[in-house]
Design a binder for this molecule. Sequence first.
Ligand SMILES: Nc1ncnc2c1ncn2[C@@H]1O[C@H](COP(=O)(O)OP(=O)(O)OP(=O)(O)O)[C@@H](O)[C@H]1O
Length: 252
Amino acid sequence: MASIQLENVSVSFPVYNAATRSIKNRIIQSATGGQIRADTTSQRISVVQALQDITLTLGEGDRLGLIGHNGAGKTTLLRVLGGIYEPNSGRISVKGLTVPLFDISLGMDQESTGYENIILRGLFLGLTRREIKARMEEIADFTELGDFLDLPIRTYSAGMQMRLAFAVSTSVVPDILLLDEGIGAGDAAFMHKARERLARFTEKVSIIVLSSHSDDLVRSMCSKAILMEHGQIVHAGPTDEVLERYREMRGF
Ligand SMILES: Nc1ncnc2c1ncn2[C@@H]1O[C@H](COP(=O)(O)OP(=O)(O)OP(=O)(O)O)[C@@H](O)[C@H]1O
């Protein structure tokens, strides 16, 4: 059974050679972003607190929307769930095959061919070589990249790389799907095909977490949501209730 459990998870980023003099001994909080504070050990280091004390439990059938201002911590939270970032503190347990459909070039190598990258990205996502080989032909067909699959992917355009990564990432139905609102640089025909594939696929996924600035998208995909502000969860509940709270906060 797929599940996600986060207990008091915090993530901070040290920023070296930052102009910390202006933020000596105080915490800066602007309208956007996490919190910036000076590091206690060095004048030359600032710390951006991207997530602070996040506690969250998700199980079978949950569709969660992440809502909040620029820099609120939505992408950082997705990256923590995808195992891309380790929390600095707190406990995390993610059970089930997890596929991030953002940071789509992770696990790919620019010098390797399209075919080799299908294997690399597949292994990165936790598939076995046998599972990848069994799907190779279907993945290659879906990309429509033809003979380009024999060339190193540094010769591809951004949209061609996206086609490849998307085709591999959606070749197996995961237990947990992590989504960012934009899946990138595809052309209109591919985006249409990608959306259809995604719609078929999302029905079967056990848990979905979607980060989005689009109220309509969150409403159409998610039954519940959390509102994030400066790295913290400030409201959690049914999607409509959380969107309403966000509207009130923004004052429109
Ligand atoms: N690698 C990094 N180094 C330093 N700070 C970072 C890094 N990644 C993220 N941050 C900071 O963490 C905070 C949260 O960023 P995050 O990308 O999670 O926000 P977000 O809610 O996804 O924003 P947006 O809606 O703009 O995409 C921001 O203040 C950002 O500056």
